[in-house]
Structures are given as structure tokens and as C-alpha cells.
Design a protein around this ligand. Structure first.
Ligand code: ATP
Length: 291
């Protein structure tokens, strides 16, 4: 059934430290979602309301999905997920009904994060093609309606009360929407109005320092030979996304087994260097500059 790809997910818990680099992005996410959920009273006292919706954008394979999983883990939120591409698959049924169902599940499982991956395929298509306009329009209007319906309106009215429990209850009904895209250029601007996806966060491709952190995360359970220099590999992997780096480490470990036999007990620098010849970077100059 479609619920295996769309809807309420049992996600594997993941900690912030499992994500290499992106320290300022992690801080922003914690500030805007984790803090209000953990310290609702303080938030309200300072006149702050958490954003209703976030938009994460940046090149593919650079941890957008992984960040949202870490966020859901850290604030003990349910994770309800739908990918724009899946939504229009002929196998899922009527797209707009499926989307409504997703939000219904979120409201029944609060606090919840609704993750809308590849949101450009839900919205952008208006400006990109004319095909399927009808469904697209209906889906967009469901989405905008839902966006206008979620959030924490009641908090403002109760601002003067200081009962921690009461705040907690309101925040416990929180539904937060996080959308992701590789193509911010095609987003419908209706979505970016204040009160909808009101916080836009760029998830950059990893620089050399971040690549080192990612390599450290990806090799933390691998026995590394004494000659392995992750610093050197970080320097040699310009245009590698986080996903590419993860792949590189996996390939190197497989190569160690393949070359040194099943008794192999360390991945050596040469395994990484050989894998560098087959695992190619998926980013280009455009990805480093055009966002
Ligand atoms: P897409 O736009 O293609 O959906 P994405 O930006 O959502 O990609 P993820 O799905 O989060 O990227 O990442 C792909 C894989 O790469 C994941 O398995 C993740 O573990 C790994 N990865 C990417 N970036 C990092 C990182 N900074 N630290 C650790 N692992 C990473």
C-alpha cells in the first residue's frame, strides 16, 4: 500500500552528531523547532512563535532528508513523509486525497513533522509545464489550505498565562511542515509567504572541512589502516556530496574485502584511492555557485 512510501514512518533514530559539517544549519534547526518544543514557555515569553514551515534547499545528496530525520528524533516528533514525485505516481491514488490523508495522520500523531520531499514536483510544475495542470492545481490548493490551518495560533491569545502545562499541551499539538527541494527556482511564491513556509534554509554542498567531518562519520565503524589520511581524502574530493562520500567509504571497504580476502581487517589508503577512480562526484561547479 502507499503507506510504505507515504505517510507515517518509523524512522531510524539519528543523532545530530551523525551528520558531518553543517553546524550552523543544525543550530538554526534546533533554534526554530527543537527549542520551542522543549522550552515553550520561554519562547512565548519572548514573543516568539516557531515557524510553521521550513524550506530546505540545496544540491542533491547533501543531507536534507537526514537533517529532518535528526530533527524528528531530537524533538520526539512523529515523522510523516511524502515525496512530490511519489504523490503523482499512478499507484498512490488521487494525489490530493493522499496529501490530505498525510496531514490527517500528522494531526492524529502530534507533535509531528510533515516532510514534503521534492516539493518542486508538487508546485513548480505550474511554471515548468502545462501538463496535468488540474491535479497540480488541486494538490497545491490542498497544500496551501493545510499550511494555513497548521501552526500555533492559540499561543498568542494565551500569551499572558504562565502555566507551563498549558503551553506544553498547545505545543504538543504542533504540526510543523518541512519541505525540501533541489530546485528553489521553480517554487510557487505563494508558498513562501509569511506564515506558510516562512523560514528558508540553504543546505550547502560540503566544503573541505565538512567533507572531513562527513568522512569521519562514515568511517566511524570501519577499521582504518594506519596510513589512511581522511584529511587527504577530504582535499581530493571536491564536488563530492555527502551521499558520494558515504558511497566512497563503502566502496573502499568492499574493495578491502575483495583484494585482501575475507580475513581483511583494515581499510587502507590505497582502497580509498582506488575507489576514487570509480566513485565519481555528483556535484558540479554549478551546484557550488548557483544556489
Ligand atoms: P536528495 O536531494 O537527493 O533527496 P538529500 O539532500 O535529502 O538528497 P540525504 O538523503 O539526506 O540527502 O543524504 C543521502 C545520503 O548521504 C544519506 O544516506 C546520508 O546518510 C548521507 N549524507 C549526506 N550528507 C551527509 C552528511 N553531511 N553527513 C553524513 N552523512 C551524509
Amino acid at each position: 500500500s502507499f503507506r510504505s512510501v507515504i505517510g507515517l514512518m518509523d524512522i531510524k533514530p539519528i543523532g545530530w552528531e551523525q551528520i558531518g559539517g553543517l553546524e550552523d544549519v543544525k543550530l538554526k534547526l534546533k533554534q526554530s523547532i527543537e527549542w520551542p518544543l522543549k522550552f515553550p514557555q520561554e519562547f512565548v515569553r519572548m514573543g516568539l512563535t516557531p515557524p510553521k514551515g521550513l524550506l530546505l534547499y540545496g544540491p542533491p545528496g547533501c543531507a536534507k532528508t537526514t537533517l529532518v530525520r535528526a530533527l524528528a528524533t531530537s524533538c520526539h516528533c512523529s515523522f510523516v513523509s511524502v515525496s512530490g514525485a511519489d504523490l503523482f505516481s499512478p499507484f498512490v491514488g488521487e494525489s490530493e486525497k493522499v496529501l490530505s490523508q498525510v496531514f490527517r495522520q500528522a494531526r492524529a500523531n502530534t507533535p509531528a513533522i510533515v516532510f514534503l520531499d521534492e516539493i518542486d514536483s508538487i508546485l513548480g510544475s505550474r511554471s515548468v509545464s502545462n501538463s496535468g495542470c488540474d491535479v497540480q492545481e488541486r494538490v497545491l490548493s490542498v497544500l496551501l489550505n493545510e499550511l494555513d490551518g497548521v501552526g500555533l495560533k492559540t499561543i498568542e491569545r494565551r500569551g499572558s498565562k504562565s502555566d507551563q502545562q498549558e503551553f506544553q499541551e498547545v505545543f504538543n499539538r504542533y504540526v510543523m511542515i518541512v519541505a525540501a527541494t533541489n530546485r528553489p527556482d521553480v517554487l510557487d511564491e505563494a508558498l513562501l509567504r509569511p506564515g506558510r513556509l516562512d523560514k528558508v534554509i540553504y543546505i550547502p554542498p560540503p566544503d573541505q572541512k565538512s567533507r572531513l567531518s562527513i568522512l569521519q562519520v562514515c568511517t566511524q565503524n570501519m577499521p582504518l589502516g594506519p596510513d589512511v589520511s581522511l584529511e587527504n581524502l577530504a582535499a581530493e574530493t571536491c564536488f563530492f556530496s555527502g551521499a558520494d562520500l558515504k558511497n566512497l567509504c563503502k566502496e573502499a571497504a568492499l574493495l578491502a574485502l575483495q583484494e585482501d580476502g575475507l580475513e581483511a581487517n583494515a581499510v587502507e589508503q590505497q582502497h580509498f584511492l582506488k575507489s576514487l577512480k570509480t566513485v565519481r562526484p555528483s556535484l558540479s561547479q554549478k551546484d557550488l555557485t548557483s544556489y
